[in-house]
Design a protein. Structure first.
Length: 225
């Protein structure tokens, strides 16, 4: 069975399939995740350098790896990968809810009533109470697993969700900074309140920026190791 695993990895690599995808497919086929990741890291199974005079024999990959055959999205979600997806979703909802509550607090302190934040503050509070514990439990659980086996960080779902989180938090922070500068340029308008906009901008940038810089630094720290 071991040899069958190694042969599969070698053949998949010869078809230019990424290691992260090979690992996900092996786990989806029933191989233990730790055993699949360990096999991918084994030096004897690195692909050989191609010869300029001969080409490597091309065999057909076993289903579902045949070239051109579509792969279901769900097959790329390992059990660990699904935990990462749930964790990042919980993080997004919790961060949005926290921001909503803080924005409402600012509006109340400035004497502004009937705002959109006031109308949804109860729902935001409920969402924060539910999603924050979910995020914290999964975050600590996955961090502990990463310390034991660093190859978990290469899970395809984790990498996609991390990159998506970095992109969204960057755009949110950038958008609010641009919006605040716009309000300054139009401060003569009675409907614009630059002082309140400044506080709202700081809240949003602090939350989005904090998430962005944590995962940005985390990714670069591990790439340098």
């Amino acid at each position: 069975m071991k040899q069958e695993l190694y042969d599969y990895i070698k053949l998949a690599r010869s078809e230019s399939v990424a290691d992260s995808e090979i690992g996900d497919l092996l786990v989806a086929a029933g191989w233990p995740e730790a055993e699949a990741r360990s096999a991918l890291l084994a030096k004897p199974f690195l692909p050989a350098a191609p010869s300029p005079h001969t080409s490597a024999p091309m065999g057909s990959l076993p289903s579902p790896m045949k070239p051109g055959q579509p792969i279901a999205v769900v097959s790329n979600w390992t059990t660990r990968g699904l935990e990462y997806v749930i964790m990042f979703i919980a993080l997004g909802v919790a961060a949005t809810s926290l921001g909503w509550i803080l924005h409402n607090f600012v509006d109340s302190a400035l004497g502004q009533s009937g705002t959109v934040y006031e109308a949804g503050v109860s729902f935001a509070s409920a969402a924060l109470l539910v999603t924050l514990p979910v995020f914290l439990v999964l975050f600590l659980r996955l961090k502990k697993a990463e310390l034991k086996d660093s190859t978990i960080r290469q899970d395809a779902s984790r990498r996609r969700m991390t990159q998506l989180t970095l992109l969204i938090t960057f755009l949110v922070g950038l958008g609010h900074i641009v919006s605040y500068i716009y309000s300054l340029l139009n401060s003569a308008d009675a409907e614009v309140r630059p002082a309140g906009n400044l506080i709202h901008m700081i809240i949003t940038v602090a939350i989005a920026g904090g998430i962005f810089f944590y995962y940005w630094r985390d990714e670069h720290r591990h790439e340098e190791q």
